[in-house]
Design a binder for this molecule. Structure first.
Ligand code: FPP
Length: 252
């Protein structure tokens, strides 16, 4: 993919990725699933560097879903171990490059050793502004909506929020990372066409791109391909094509 096809003025502000296919990548090579996850970690590193380089302000990686807790114990342990390795090895560079790390999900379920590293990474990078890297860990989209509803219910019960004044903006402010804009582009690797309980509230108007490339094979050129595809689309947000053109002319 020729990067000259990229239009810098139409870069997505937020790219979210469902990193699928580690297991199949490994199985097709006669390797163990953990080898697939380890190779997938390398893709995470390359994609973060490329995204930062390309000027993408926010990158969310679906690293571990709530549903993933029901995988075989050994695989869960391997994934947690890889996450620790990633945080230990990368935090220096991530911080140096001005990347702010956030974590979304029910992270009280994470092993203490992982949680401590996640908390330390979030704390250490909290003032960085070059880019935001969001890890979805122990994350479920429905659980996030339930947690937001609980937060609002508590504030209503305490008299801090008037139920008649709750609108979409109020609701969104109770989500895990309200400061991060909704994703413009959602990429799913591994030839599946599902949303898999990822950012359900936030993807209402997100453009979806799927590819048969397995996550361990995903490289900068694939990210560029996805962005070029995204940039060719017309985002109408429920308006007509004519209205979109008018608005674009008006906004220069
Ligand atoms: C999907 O592959 C991927 C995951 C379950 C987790 C993503 C994990 C990584 C990319 C590696 C670790 C990185 C971090 C940051 C912890 P799959 O196992 O569902 O693949 P399959 O559908 O082929 O079985």
């Amino acid at each position: 993919m020729d990067e000259s096809q990229l239009r810098p003025e139409r870069m997505p502000r937020h790219v979210a990725i469902i990193m699928d296919g580690n297991g199949r990548w490994a199985e097709s090579r006669g390797a163990s699933r953990v080898e697939g996850h380890r190779a997938g970690l390398e893709s995470c590193r390359e994609v973060l560097r490329s995204a930062s380089d390309l000027g993408i302000e926010n990158l969310t990686l679906y690293a571990f879903s709530l549903e993933n807790w029901s995988r075989p114990k050994a695989e869960v342990r391997d994934l947690m171990h890889l996450l620790e390795t990633y945080l230990d090895e990368e935090i220096e560079e991530v911080d140096r490059n001005g990347v702010r790390v956030l974590a979304i999900g029910r992270n009280d379920r994470l092993p203490p050793s992982v949680r401590a590293r996640v908390d330390a990474a979030v704390e250490r990078t909290q003032h960085n502004r070059a880019m935001t890297l969001v890890f979805a860990l122990s994350y479920g989209g429905r659980a996030e909506i339930v947690d937001a509803a609980k937060g609002i219910a508590r504030d209503v019960a305490a008299g801090r929020v008037d139920p008649d004044r709750i609108d979409e903006k109020t609701f969104a402010s109770y989500l895990y990372a309200p400061e991060v804009p909704d994703p413009d582009l959602l990429i799913r690797t591994g030839a599946e066409m599902r949303v898999s309980n990822f950012l359900l509230w936030q993807i209402a108007y997100t453009e979806i791109y799927t590819t048969a490339v397995m996550w361990p094979d995903f490289r900068r050129k694939h990210l560029v391909e996805a962005i070029v595809d995204y940039q060719k689309r017309e985002r109408r947000f429920g308006m007509t094509s004519a209205q979109v053109s008018e608005a674009a002319q008006r906004d220069g």
